[in-house]
Design a protein around this ligand. Structure first.
Ligand code: CU
Length: 208
């Protein structure tokens, strides 16, 4: 990815964060220590307060993923994960080595996620990508995506995990967010880093 548009995109994203739903959360959380991430500091407040508290090991990641799938059905043939309980604990990995620039859950790449309408969804994101920050945002519009698709904002307040730093030395940044899936329909989870959704970092979220 070329550097200049990425930086421009990040600046725009920071402005968007200030003017949309993120603003509501800023007062109640301390701002995360993103260090090199500059503009993301102001978006880092939501559920992400300290790098050290939220950087986990590979073993911890496996435990979290297994637990998250306890009440789910993993359909490898159709690339679908269905959650059968109203309390949904959805864990997604960002860009592990075998699926660069994609999301992974239960070994599936960019799986379609099905949840029941009215579910309380805890979105837990673990970045395994050693080369790139990533995040998650649930949006209404289907692909194809433009470079700045994330500008439309999340489907619900809280239906996003802010962009978190890249992994380092097999230590994975981790952050979460919770929202209620109150309306049925087909939606999408995307990575809101400019250009990532356009390059295929997204999947379907079906609320039924
Ligand atoms: Cu990404």
């Amino acid at each position: 990815m070329r550097k200049t548009p990425l930086i421009l995109g990040l600046a725009l994203l920071a402005v968007l964060g200030l003017t949309s739903t993120t603003f509501a959360y800023m007062s109640s959380y301390s701002t995360g220590g993103f260090g090199m991430m500059g503009g993301y500091g102001m978006m880092g407040g939501y559920g992400y307060t300290n790098n050290n508290d939220h950087v986990i090991s590979s073993n911890q990641t496996d435990d979290i993923m297994n637990k998250s799938l306890e009440n789910a059905t993993v359909d490898k043939t159709n690339n679908v994960i269905s959650f059968n309980q109203p309390d949904v604990n959805l864990t997604l990995l960002g860009g592990p080595e075998y699926a660069d620039g994609k999301f992974v859950a239960g070994g599936l790449v960019n799986p379609t996620i099905k949840v029941k309408k009215g579910s309380k969804v805890t979105l837990n994101f673990i970045n395994e990508d050693e080369g790139m920050p990533h995040g998650i945002e649930v949006i209404a519009s289907p692909p194809p995506y433009s470079y700045m698709t994330m500008m439309q904002g999340p489907l619900y307040p809280g239906a996003y995990v802010p962009v978190i730093p890249q992994a380092e030395n097999e230590r994975y940044p981790n952050a979460s967010a919770t929202f209620v899936a109150s309306q049925s329909g087909t939606y999408y989870y995307i990575c809101q880093v400019p250009g990532h959704a356009a390059k295929g970092m997204y999947g379907e979220l079906i609320i039924q």
